[in-house]
Design a protein around this ligand. Structure first.
Ligand SMILES: Cc1cc2nc3c(=O)[nH]c(=O)nc-3n(C[C@H](O)[C@H](O)[C@H](O)COP(=O)(O)O)c2cc1C
Ligand SMILES: *[C@@H]1O[C@H](CO)[C@@H](O)[C@H](O)[C@H]1NC(C)=O
Ligand SMILES: *[C@@H]1O[C@H](CO)[C@@H](O)[C@H](O)[C@H]1NC(C)=O
Ligand SMILES: *[C@@H]1O[C@H](CO)[C@@H](O)[C@H](O)[C@H]1NC(C)=O
Ligand SMILES: *[C@@H]1O[C@H](CO)[C@@H](O)[C@H](O)[C@H]1NC(C)=O
Ligand SMILES: *[C@@H]1O[C@H](CO)[C@@H](O)[C@H](O)[C@H]1NC(C)=O
Ligand SMILES: *[C@@H]1O[C@H](CO)[C@@H](O)[C@H](O)[C@H]1NC(C)=O
Length: 387
């Protein structure tokens, strides 16, 4: 049996008695059907197993292709590129660049793969992913398991000629044991610069000690300058984005904003935000909230939106922002856009609601734009920055 056939039968076995109904609705990409039947069944699997199954389904393009045609009002010009819609899949879902075409099928306007490190690494011990169902949240401490630069590069180097007409971002990481983070990022920029539409560097660590001190501002500047220089040495010059943690204090946000606006090493955009190490008191699931790791999903939503607004203000809207954190509806996406995000990404809500969520968000967004009299996403971006 081919891998794809095996997988199809595995999916049908997983679906068990529902398979007749599944035979109809699965392919119709029916949203309620996913929420009420398919996702609960998938949630019987351990979180990491379910993640792997979902990646495999995307890889072998088992999921039905979205039939929704992106209207002109959803198209966004950013980084001198056209995004056919502003909804992307966030880093960490397709860590190894296996599922790019399948993710595009689901209706995503852009796909960010990674984090990819120079050499393969296994990540932390299992279990390392936890669902907080009642909270619509996930805690993960994968520890950046991935296949490494070479393997991932081989998979995606020809992606544009194999039918992928979306935007591809590559999120670069550093090896756990690496003693020279800058060098790991430099290698990543050189490797993926020629094939990516944008590159992401992580300044996410909530533990980055005291950005406040002049000295660490200086080292941030050094880092950015080295990376921007490397990028500038390439023939193709992909935009360089920084991904930030929501756990940065206001002073730290100010410092980052100050450093990234310096003309000599200006970064091209921000991704806001990564997961949080905070555990908001609103969390319902008390047993798993103790787990170490980054929290994503609904409890992150407001925190991340406020950080988008902060950074949009602090940079005087001079740096484009990709908004991410807890988006599961068109309204959620719209709030981040009005707070200053040009496009947005999702991850955790896909885990809970399955592929139909992509079209759902897009349709809701279209009607919200219309209701407020905006002809395009671009018109709505940042309209609430100073509110
Ligand atoms: C299981 C899991 C793995 C993740 N892995 C990565 C990663 O490798 N690199 C990264 O930059 N972000 C990673 N993230 C963070 C997401 O890209 C995103 O910033 C975060 O989950 C917030 O979005 P959400 O609330 O829509 O999930 C991961 C998130 C989850 C849930
Ligand atoms: C924008 O893209 C076009 C082609 O798509 C290219 O010719 C042009 O040089 C790009 N401009 C910048 C500033 O990168
Ligand atoms: C992100 O950066 C922090 C330090 O700034 C580091 O601890 C962490 O390992 C990085 N993550 C990746 C994937 O490189
Ligand atoms: C990670 O990659 C760097 C190359 O920049 C290398 O020096 C380091 O040893 C690697 N880590 C492991 C675990 O091999
Ligand atoms: C919390 O999460 C655990 C593990 O995912 C699950 O078994 C439990 O039912 C959840 N709910 C509560 C209220 O603890
Ligand atoms: C959470 O952690 C604390 C100490 O770190 C421990 O005492 C407590 O039992 C844990 N709670 C649950 C529900 O696991
Ligand atoms: C994101 O945040 C987690 C902790 O919440 C941290 O371990 C990780 O290094 C950060 N960076 C990336 C790229 O995920």
């Amino acid at each position: 049996m081919s891998a794809a056939k095996k997988l199809k039968s595995l999916v049908l076995v997983t679906l068990g008695g529902y398979s007749t109904y599944a035979g109809i609705s699965f392919w119709r990409n029916d949203e309620k059907f996913y929420r009420s039947f398919i996702m609960p069944v998938i949630h019987f699997l351990p979180a990491e197993g379910a993640h792997n199954l979902a990646v495999m389904c995307s890889k072998y393009r088992i999921f039905p292709t979205s039939l929704y045609k992106d209207p002109e009002s959803l198209s966004v010009r950013l980084f001198n590129k056209t995004f056919s819609n502003p909804i992307g899949i966030a880093a960490g879902f397709d860590k190894n660049g296996e599922a790019v075409l399948g993710l595009k099928d689901l209706g995503f306007g852009f796909v960010e793969i990674g984090s990819v490190t120079p050499v393969p690494q296994p990540g932390n011990e299992k279990p390392r992913v936890f669902r907080l169902l009642e909270d619509k949240a996930v805690i993960n401490r994968y520890g950046f398991n991935n296949d490494g630069h070479d393997a991932v590069y081989e998979r995606i180097k020809n992606i544009k000629s194999s039918g992928f007409d979306g935007i591809l971002g590559v999120n670069l990481g550093k090896n756990k044991t690496s003693t020279d983070a800058i060098n790991d990022y430099v290698q990543g920029i050189k490797k993926f610069g020629p094939v990516a539409d944008y590159l992401v560097i992580n300044v996410s660590s909530p533990n980055t000690p005291g950005l406040r001190s002049l000295q660490s501002k200086e080292s941030l500047r050094e880092l950015f300058c080295a990376l921007v220089e490397t990028r500038n040495s390439l023939e193709e010059k992909p935009p360089l984005l920084l991904k930030l943690a929501p756990d940065l204090s206001f002073q730290e946000r100010k410092d980052v904003a100050e450093v990234i606006q310096k003309p000599e090493c200006k970064v091209d955009g921000l991704i806001i935000s990564n997961t949080t190490i905070e555990r908001p008191s609103s969390l319902i699931n008390v047993s798993d909230k103790n787990e170490t790791g980054g929290l994503s999903g609904e409890p992150l939503k407001q925190v991340s939106t406020e950080m988008i607004r902060d950074m949009a203000r602090l940079t005087h809207r001079s740096v484009p922002i990709i908004g991410v954190g807890g988006i599961s509806t068109g309204q959620d996406a719209y709030e981040k856009i009005k707070a200053g995000a040009s496009v947005v990404q999702i991850y955790t809500s896909l885990v809970y609601e399955g592929p139909p969520i992509v079209d759902k968000i897009k349709k809701e967004l279209v009607s919200l734009l219309k209701k407020d009299g905006f002809k395009s996403i671009n018109e709505a971006v940042g309209t609430n920055v100073f509110k």
